[in-house]
Design a protein around this ligand. Structure first.
Ligand code: CA
Length: 227
């Protein structure tokens, strides 16, 4: 790998699809919730919209499938139902290799933050246990900290503010096209980790500096990349 991150002092991680293998559950929940309201979301649609807020996702799919914007009430109902379905599903496993990445990032002296569009309170709680010693709630940007979600740069700009570092000293780890777009819009070098079914080209179109295929691959290369 030609790229080097030797000047970086902070590493910002997305959560779903990066730290947890939770996207298959999100995909099933979105698909079922949308069917009930007369819309249709394939797994490919879910992964393409990943990282956006639930609100923005419902608006986009409603326009596409029904030709009109969903009302605020309907958005609440659909997203509420989707969240209920998601909570009823078996717990997603920690993404293999991600805890190894955290250990190595910490040993390399990097500040670790999580920047997620998620508002799933159980997962926001759980991540602090699964990655104990490396992450606390005050080092997390969630749906509760920003008004405008990804693909706006706001969540990552908030992350930089919390880390107290300029964009040039940070690196982002993202799995979703809209997430990469948000990080790049914030001026941050981004490592794409393609853990889902999308073609590499879709992620590369958002201009990450590097594309890997698993968190284990990042763990195996982290010391070299940041040396
Ligand atoms: Ca993600």
């Amino acid at each position: 790998m030609a790229y080097s991150f030797h000047n970086k002092s902070a590493i910002l991680f997305d959560m779903d699809g990066v730290l947890y293998d939770s996207m298959p559950n999100h995909s099933k929940a979105w698909s079922q919730a949308m069917e009930r309201f007369g819309m249709h979301m394939t797994p490919h649609d879910v992964y393409l919209n990943e990282g956006a807020t639930g609100h923005d996702t419902v608006v986009r799919i409603s326009l596409r499938d029904r030709g009109y914007e969903a009302s605020e009430q309907e958005i609440d109902d659909i997203y509420g139902y989707k969240a209920e379905l998601f909570r009823s599903m078996p717990e997603a496993r920690v993404m293999p290799g991600s805890q190894d990445v955290f250990r190595k990032a910490s040993a390399a002296g990097l500040k670790i933050l999580i920047v997620t569009g998620s508002g799933q309170k159980n997962l926001i709680e759980r991540v602090q246990k699964d990655f104990e010693g490396f992450i606390t709630r005050d080092r997390m940007v969630t749906a509760f900290e920003v008004k405008r979600g990804k693909p706006y740069p706001d969540p990552y700009l908030k992350g930089l503010e919390i880390a107290g570092v300029p964009a040039s000293e940070a690196v982002v780890v993202e799995n979703a096209p809209l997430g990469i777009r948000a990080a790049v819009a914030a001026g941050i070098d981004t490592i794409a980790v393609n853990t889902g079914p999308l073609e590499d080209e879709i992620l590369l179109a958002e201009k990450p500096v590097l594309l890997l295929h698993s968190m284990q691959e990042l763990a195996d290369n982290l010391e070299n990349l940041f040396a």
